[in-house]
Design a protein around this ligand. Structure first.
Ligand SMILES: [Zn+2]
Ligand SMILES: [Zn+2]
Length: 379
């Protein structure tokens, strides 16, 4: 495990036997060769080879990652001149400099670097770590999406271990405070001129030592299991929208905060209504007479009761009409209902209707018969 100190102490270029100007290809090539030579599989029981393999892997972990290598180079470049950040003197001994983690400029920089490599929890066990985000999908019907709902999501994901309650210790036993670091998770190390705080090697920075690990989670405090999460879906959620539920993801490590639960919403279509942002849309058929003469028509709403829409005489088929406040209501916005009027042409006429339409036809003149502008022959 790489500690912060190693960034100052170790010359990873030397470990891999490359110049510090080597390009990525050369570095990878050197690493592969050395890793093969020292691989524990080919040297069973040889602890020197194992150490060598670890060293080579650690070096490549940094130099093989373009971003990490840049930071490493920067640290090495700044290293000897960094003393000023420690404020001089201090517990580092006479004339020494104290690089306490998390208290000054240098350590902020280191903290950032290690925060980045800590993702997933594999590369550094030191200190608390935020849990990972969990993604889930939720299919909800149109009305629930429009009005908002509370639902239970059934997930199978990392959760606090139910056997040990997350402590990692076998039930009936307790994690012991680490005797090496006294529970701080870091140890101070005087090295002549410099004093460093580095993660405690005994407890891997956790501050506690688990002597009898929990059989379910093997000491990790986390198990993969089904669990139910109550989720509040806000009104007006759209198809494909992702909702972040803070702190409902995987539990953090070593007392760190939990990750988030990200719910991707799939909204099933409605037989009558559509959505346009927070506006609802609906198409309503009207008779030719209603369109031509004007009149009041009943329009369905998502909540149930119909509302009255007054059509002016001469309303055109396909025209859109707004019913205020009958759309989707969110805390920030009240949407409208947009009604598109379709003039319905009957496919069958009674004798009486036929006579009426014929009378209308006789009374109607379209002269000269001109195409409607903009229609370009479609429809
Ligand atoms: Zn457990
Ligand atoms: Zn410790």
């Amino acid at each position: 495990m790489a500690s912060q100190r190693e960034w100052f102490e170790k010359d990873y270029y030397k470990v891999l036997g490359v110049k510090d100007t080597a390009d990525a290809k050369e570095i990878t090539k050197a690493y592969r060769k050395l890793a093969r030579e020292s691989h524990p599989d080919t040297h069973p029981g040889d602890s020197a080879a194992e150490e060598r393999f670890k060293e080579v892997s650690t070096a490549y972990d940094v130099l093989g990652d373009e971003a990490k290598r840049k930071e490493y180079d920067e640290v090495r470049r700044l290293g000897p001149a960094m003393g000023g950040f420690g404020g001089g003197g201090g517990p580092g001994g006479p004339g020494g400099f104290n690089f306490n983690v998390g208290t000054d400029g240098m350590s902020d920089m280191l903290g950032k670097m290690f925060g980045r490599s800590r993702r997933g929890g594999a590369s550094s066990g030191a200190g608390p770590g935020r849990g990972t985000d969990i993604e889930a999908t939720l299919t909800l019907d149109f009305v629930d999406a429009a009005q908002g709902m509370t639902t239970t999501l059934h997930l199978t994901a990392d959760a606090t271990c139910s056997t040990c309650g997350g402590s990692g210790a076998k039930p009936g036993t307790q994690p012991k405070v680490c005797s090496q670091c006294g529970g701080r998770g870091v140890v101070d190390d005087n090295q002549g001129l410099f004093s460093f705080s580095s993660p405690c090697r005994v407890c891997a920075g956790r501050g506690v030592v688990i002597e009898q690990p929990c059989p379910t989670c093997r000491g990790g405090g986390v198990e993969r299991r089904p669990r139910d999460v109550q989720a509040r879906i806000p009104a007006g959620v759209a198809d494909g929208q992702r909702i972040r539920l803070k702190g409902r993801g995987a539990p953090g490590r070593n007392g760190g905060p939990a990750g988030d639960l990200i719910v991707e919403c799939h909204v099933t279509p409605h037989p009558l209504f559509g959505r346009d942002g927070n506006n609802l849309t609906v198409r309503v058929p009207v008779t030719f007479a209603e369109a031509a003469l004007g009149g009041d028509i009943d329009v369905p709403t998502l909540e149930g009761p119909t509302v009255m829409l007054r059509l002016r005489p001469g309303t055109q088929s396909g025209s859109r009409h707004r019913v205020k406040g009958k759309g989707i209501t969110t805390p920030k916005h009240i949407g409208d209902l947009i009604v598109t009027v379709d003039v319905h042409v009957p496919s069958h006429l009674t004798a009486e209707q036929r006579a009426a339409v014929e009378a209308l036809a006789a009374a109607t003149t379209v002269s000269p018969r001109m195409p409607t502008p903009g229609s370009k022959g479609r429809d």
